[in-house]
Design a protein around this ligand. Sequence first.
Ligand SMILES: [Zn+2]
Length: 194
Amino acid sequence: MNEMDKLTELFMRFPGIGPRQARRFVFFLLRQDAGYRAALIRSIDSVAAHIQQCSKCLRYAPLHKERPVCAICGDTHRDTTQLMLVEKDTDVEQMEKSGAYAGHYFVLGGTLSLTGKKSYLREKELDSYLKHHVFAEIILALSTTSDGEFTTAHLAEQLKSKARITVLGRGLSTGSELEYADAATLVQALKNRA
Ligand SMILES: [Zn+2]
């Protein structure tokens, strides 16, 4: 394997990146000046050094100086009766941008898979989180893809004894992922949850 193949393979591990796109990234980097490449390498190192996984919601974020929690989990003004389950870290960011939600989050890390390809859901981690924290409402805010819907149904069944379970309203179009929804759509979807 030559140098270009090695880097291509590393890019192919990125979510949603296939071999051709990965190859285009390699050529893109080759065309940039050395300063850009050095900044990229420094930035990757710096993110790895300063960003850690929150011990509560499991998202990656700068953590509190004394406690291993993120700014959201450590914020005592947030609503402690609501928990929102999302797939990805970016979903939390998108929901925060909408300003429509003031409760807590838990990042599932993925969905169950109908086709059985890649599937990872932090069910054990969620279980232990819910052993230590009680919520009145758990909001399921997963993608409206078929895997997302399948996972929503599964979690609703699993969690129904623990809290009132609601699902984000269908202001979100079918097949859409939360991270691509705009703020107005999220506000509406949250309002229309049932
Ligand atoms: Zn957190």
